[in-house]
Design a protein around this ligand. Sequence first.
Ligand code: GLA
Length: 387
Amino acid sequence: MGWLSWERFGCETDCKTSPKSCISEQLYLDMAQQLASLGLDKLGYRYVNIDDCWSALARNKNGTLSEDAVRFPSGIGALSEKIHKLGLLFGMYTDIGSKTCGGYPGLNNAIDIPQFVDWKIDSLKVDGCYADVKEMKKLYTDLGAALNATGRPILYSCSWPAYQADHCENESDMATLVKECNLWRNFDDVYDNWASVRSIANFFARKTKDDILVRSAGPGHWNDPDMLLAGNPGLSLSEQRAQFAIWAILAAPLYISADLRVISADSLAILSNKEVIDINQDILGKQGHVLSDDGNYRIWIRLLSSSEGEKIAVLFENKGSIFEKIRFRFNISQLGWSVGSHVTVRDVHAHNDLPLGDDGSFIVDVDESSVEFFVFTKIMTYEIIEM
Ligand code: GLA
């Protein structure tokens, strides 16, 4: 969980005309301070991640890579230190090919890795532009080994599947990703519009062969559907809430990419919903999946850890975008639970408990382009046997 600059701030390098939004040390410092002062760090948003366009356009004569001296006057090392002083973690960006997607110098393992360690990075996003797609398995594996050899814990974010025609949905590639990477971008970049969120959600809702996508996620290795849009202008509040809920069901990394200096109270409330964050961060680490889909709606479920019995997050999604409220008639038997079980239902958006019918039924209305989100808990009951 953290903050990543790309979706909101892209590759703006002109600090004269855009002093507040150019990729600069001030931008990352401002965001780090906001994460702390808005209390987002306490909720788990701890990584402050640089994305593309941070470096000089060319390497130095000795081959090293420096930050753009005008936009990062104190240097990356000093920025990293200031971010760490706030109790946060610092993430860097590079590209496994000859150039980054924005055209800046690509990675040189031997020169850059010691430099990154010197800068005390805690995370490294490694993009895949300008690289041979057939070479990526080896390149990402070698880089993983090199990062491990540094001895510094560095969260390793790979982009390899996003560049492959089959998105690495085969046993061999997925096994490599699980072993080598902590998270990996599977699919397209998110854009600040609902069509983009829908197409990414559809990608992850697919039933893949032997459920390879769902089964590959687990503690320490996650599918990454890309950044959160809440706080940006492109989505309505209900769409921002829906994206956040779907990302929670997907056990997705949660990277905010909004301007935290001007975020609205409503968007902040969406990103700060502790009950939804708890689903996303559940310790079992199981990625959720679609239980049923009729074209107009989807029901997603995700198994959660529980000390009380069995716990399942259930997300009702209305995919329609014209005024058609959908009435879901759900029954706990769809979760494999027998009618008559002691079940509680928690609405994680409204923060209240809801009743269940005696026949195990649950009815909920969902607006267009919206979701309703619940946690169903089957409480373990014990029979007392008199001796
Ligand atoms: C690719 C990545 C994005 C971002 C840009 C930077 O498109 O998928 O997340 O890092 O490159 O150029």
